[in-house]
Design a protein around this ligand. Structure first.
Ligand code: RB5
Length: 206
Protein backbone atom coordinates (compact mmCIF):
# COMPACT_ATOMS: atom_id res chain seq x y z
CA UNK A 1 0.00 0.00 0.00
CA UNK A 2 1.43 3.38 -0.97
CA UNK A 3 1.16 6.31 1.44
CA UNK A 4 0.18 9.52 -0.28
CA UNK A 5 -1.68 12.77 0.04
CA UNK A 6 -4.54 12.98 -2.50
CA UNK A 7 -5.50 15.57 -5.04
CA UNK A 8 -9.17 16.30 -4.69
CA UNK A 9 -11.44 18.53 -6.74
CA UNK A 10 -13.01 21.29 -4.68
CA UNK A 11 -16.51 21.92 -6.00
CA UNK A 12 -16.72 25.56 -4.93
CA UNK A 13 -16.33 28.31 -7.54
CA UNK A 14 -15.07 31.79 -6.80
CA UNK A 15 -16.37 34.65 -8.98
CA UNK A 16 -13.93 37.41 -9.84
CA UNK A 17 -14.50 40.56 -11.76
CA UNK A 18 -11.75 42.22 -13.76
CA UNK A 19 -12.19 45.66 -15.15
CA UNK A 20 -10.00 46.85 -18.00
CA UNK A 21 -9.67 50.44 -18.86
CA UNK A 22 -8.89 50.59 -22.59
CA UNK A 23 -7.96 54.06 -23.69
CA UNK A 24 -7.75 54.15 -27.48
CA UNK A 25 -5.49 56.92 -28.81
CA UNK A 26 -6.14 59.02 -25.73
CA UNK A 27 -9.66 59.54 -27.00
CA UNK A 28 -11.83 59.64 -23.95
CA UNK A 29 -14.94 58.90 -25.97
CA UNK A 30 -13.35 55.59 -26.87
CA UNK A 31 -12.64 54.71 -23.30
CA UNK A 32 -14.40 51.54 -22.55
CA UNK A 33 -14.69 49.21 -19.68
CA UNK A 34 -14.65 45.57 -20.32
CA UNK A 35 -15.97 43.36 -17.69
CA UNK A 36 -14.82 39.84 -17.43
CA UNK A 37 -16.41 37.50 -15.12
CA UNK A 38 -14.68 34.28 -14.74
CA UNK A 39 -14.59 31.54 -12.32
CA UNK A 40 -11.71 29.89 -10.69
CA UNK A 41 -12.67 26.38 -10.01
CA UNK A 42 -10.41 24.20 -8.48
CA UNK A 43 -8.02 21.66 -7.52
CA UNK A 44 -6.42 22.05 -4.22
CA UNK A 45 -4.11 19.71 -2.42
CA UNK A 46 -6.05 18.53 0.57
CA UNK A 47 -3.97 17.01 3.26
CA UNK A 48 -6.08 14.60 5.22
CA UNK A 49 -5.06 13.53 8.63
CA UNK A 50 -3.22 10.33 8.13
CA UNK A 51 -2.04 7.79 10.65
CA UNK A 52 0.55 5.18 9.68
CA UNK A 53 0.17 1.84 11.42
CA UNK A 54 2.20 -1.36 11.60
CA UNK A 55 2.75 -4.44 13.68
CA UNK A 56 4.56 -7.73 13.75
CA UNK A 57 2.77 -11.06 14.24
CA UNK A 58 2.48 -10.50 18.01
CA UNK A 59 0.68 -7.22 17.47
CA UNK A 60 -1.36 -8.17 14.45
CA UNK A 61 -4.75 -8.73 16.10
CA UNK A 62 -4.49 -5.54 18.12
CA UNK A 63 -3.35 -3.55 15.09
CA UNK A 64 -6.46 -4.62 13.18
CA UNK A 65 -8.64 -3.43 16.05
CA UNK A 66 -6.75 -0.15 16.45
CA UNK A 67 -7.11 0.51 12.74
CA UNK A 68 -10.89 0.44 13.00
CA UNK A 69 -10.79 2.78 15.95
CA UNK A 70 -8.50 5.26 14.22
CA UNK A 71 -10.85 5.39 11.23
CA UNK A 72 -13.80 5.85 13.58
CA UNK A 73 -11.97 8.86 15.01
CA UNK A 74 -11.97 10.42 11.54
CA UNK A 75 -8.44 9.70 10.34
CA UNK A 76 -7.30 7.89 7.27
CA UNK A 77 -5.03 4.93 7.97
CA UNK A 78 -2.04 3.70 5.97
CA UNK A 79 -1.36 0.13 6.96
CA UNK A 80 2.22 -1.05 6.45
CA UNK A 81 1.45 -4.60 7.62
CA UNK A 82 1.95 -7.22 8.75
CA UNK A 83 -1.10 -8.90 7.32
CA UNK A 84 -1.30 -12.10 9.34
CA UNK A 85 -0.23 -13.77 12.56
CA UNK A 86 2.67 -15.59 10.86
CA UNK A 87 6.02 -14.98 12.47
CA UNK A 88 7.88 -11.94 11.12
CA UNK A 89 10.42 -9.30 12.20
CA UNK A 90 9.29 -6.08 13.89
CA UNK A 91 11.99 -3.83 12.29
CA UNK A 92 10.44 -4.49 8.87
CA UNK A 93 7.25 -2.75 9.96
CA UNK A 94 8.56 -0.14 12.38
CA UNK A 95 10.80 1.33 9.72
CA UNK A 96 8.22 2.26 7.04
CA UNK A 97 5.82 3.61 9.66
CA UNK A 98 8.52 5.79 11.21
CA UNK A 99 9.71 6.92 7.79
CA UNK A 100 6.18 7.93 6.80
CA UNK A 101 6.05 10.12 9.90
CA UNK A 102 9.50 11.54 9.29
CA UNK A 103 8.61 12.46 5.69
CA UNK A 104 5.34 14.06 6.76
CA UNK A 105 3.26 11.54 4.83
CA UNK A 106 1.58 10.61 8.08
CA UNK A 107 0.87 12.89 10.99
CA UNK A 108 1.50 10.17 13.55
CA UNK A 109 2.41 6.49 13.71
CA UNK A 110 1.06 3.56 15.68
CA UNK A 111 3.15 0.41 16.15
CA UNK A 112 2.33 -2.81 17.94
CA UNK A 113 4.57 -5.77 18.76
CA UNK A 114 4.55 -8.20 21.69
CA UNK A 115 5.68 -5.65 24.28
CA UNK A 116 6.05 -2.44 22.25
CA UNK A 117 9.76 -2.36 23.13
CA UNK A 118 11.20 -3.58 19.83
CA UNK A 119 9.01 -1.20 17.84
CA UNK A 120 10.07 1.77 19.95
CA UNK A 121 13.77 0.92 19.61
CA UNK A 122 13.52 0.78 15.83
CA UNK A 123 11.27 3.81 15.35
CA UNK A 124 13.57 5.98 17.46
CA UNK A 125 16.42 5.29 15.06
CA UNK A 126 14.66 7.38 12.43
CA UNK A 127 15.61 11.07 12.72
CA UNK A 128 12.70 13.29 13.63
CA UNK A 129 10.74 10.47 15.18
CA UNK A 130 9.86 10.55 18.85
CA UNK A 131 8.42 7.14 19.58
CA UNK A 132 6.91 6.51 22.99
CA UNK A 133 6.23 3.10 24.46
CA UNK A 134 2.85 3.52 26.12
CA UNK A 135 1.29 0.54 27.81
CA UNK A 136 -0.79 2.77 30.05
CA UNK A 137 -2.93 5.82 29.59
CA UNK A 138 -0.81 8.18 31.69
CA UNK A 139 2.24 7.56 29.53
CA UNK A 140 0.12 8.22 26.44
CA UNK A 141 -1.09 11.53 27.87
CA UNK A 142 2.35 12.84 28.79
CA UNK A 143 4.07 11.40 25.74
CA UNK A 144 1.97 13.88 23.76
CA UNK A 145 1.61 16.73 26.24
CA UNK A 146 5.27 16.95 27.29
CA UNK A 147 7.30 14.99 24.74
CA UNK A 148 5.34 15.75 21.57
CA UNK A 149 5.69 12.07 20.65
CA UNK A 150 4.73 11.40 17.05
CA UNK A 151 4.71 7.61 17.24
CA UNK A 152 3.11 5.41 19.87
CA UNK A 153 4.17 1.82 20.43
CA UNK A 154 2.16 -0.71 22.39
CA UNK A 155 2.42 -4.29 23.55
CA UNK A 156 -0.14 -6.56 21.96
CA UNK A 157 0.68 -9.33 24.43
CA UNK A 158 0.37 -7.08 27.46
CA UNK A 159 -2.77 -5.08 26.85
CA UNK A 160 -6.44 -5.93 26.86
CA UNK A 161 -8.29 -4.57 23.88
CA UNK A 162 -10.22 -1.91 25.81
CA UNK A 163 -7.04 -0.71 27.54
CA UNK A 164 -5.26 -0.39 24.22
CA UNK A 165 -8.16 1.57 22.73
CA UNK A 166 -8.17 4.03 25.64
CA UNK A 167 -4.41 4.49 25.31
CA UNK A 168 -4.73 5.10 21.59
CA UNK A 169 -7.54 7.64 22.03
CA UNK A 170 -5.58 9.49 24.69
CA UNK A 171 -2.55 9.64 22.42
CA UNK A 172 -4.43 10.92 19.39
CA UNK A 173 -6.59 13.38 21.33
CA UNK A 174 -3.88 15.03 23.42
CA UNK A 175 -2.14 18.15 22.16
CA UNK A 176 1.47 19.05 22.80
CA UNK A 177 1.65 21.65 25.59
CA UNK A 178 4.49 23.54 23.97
CA UNK A 179 2.79 26.90 23.79
CA UNK A 180 5.05 29.45 25.53
CA UNK A 181 2.05 31.55 26.62
CA UNK A 182 0.81 28.63 28.70
CA UNK A 183 4.22 27.89 30.21
CA UNK A 184 5.17 25.29 27.63
CA UNK A 185 8.52 26.83 26.74
CA UNK A 186 10.31 24.30 28.93
CA UNK A 187 9.00 21.42 26.81
CA UNK A 188 10.27 23.05 23.63
CA UNK A 189 13.63 23.73 25.24
CA UNK A 190 13.98 20.06 26.22
CA UNK A 191 12.96 18.83 22.80
CA UNK A 192 15.47 21.19 21.20
CA UNK A 193 18.13 19.41 23.24
CA UNK A 194 16.88 16.08 21.91
CA UNK A 195 17.16 17.48 18.37
CA UNK A 196 20.71 18.66 19.02
CA UNK A 197 21.69 15.22 20.20
CA UNK A 198 20.13 13.66 17.14
CA UNK A 199 21.97 16.04 14.81
CA UNK A 200 25.21 15.30 16.57
CA UNK A 201 24.96 11.55 16.05
CA UNK A 202 23.03 11.36 12.80
CA UNK A 203 25.54 13.03 10.51
CA UNK A 204 23.75 11.90 7.37
CA UNK A 205 20.45 13.34 8.43
CA UNK A 206 18.47 12.74 5.24
C1 RB5 B 1 8.05 -11.45 19.08
O1 RB5 B 1 8.04 -12.71 19.67
C2 RB5 B 1 8.46 -10.37 20.09
O2 RB5 B 1 9.79 -10.54 20.42
C3 RB5 B 1 8.21 -9.01 19.50
O3 RB5 B 1 6.87 -8.92 19.15
C4 RB5 B 1 8.44 -7.82 20.40
O4 RB5 B 1 7.84 -7.96 21.63
C5 RB5 B 1 9.78 -7.28 20.46
O5 RB5 B 1 10.03 -6.26 21.11
Amino acid sequence: MKPSGRLKPIPSRYPMDIWLDADFNGCSSCRIYVRFRFFVSGWRKVKEKLIAIGSDHAGFDLKERLKQEIEKMGYRVIDFGTDSSSSCDYPDFARPVAEAVRKGKAEKGVLVCGTGVGMSIVANKIPGVRAALCNDITCAKYARAHNDANVITMGGRLLKEDEALSILRMFLDTEFEGDARSGGERHRRRLAKVDELEKHYFKRNT
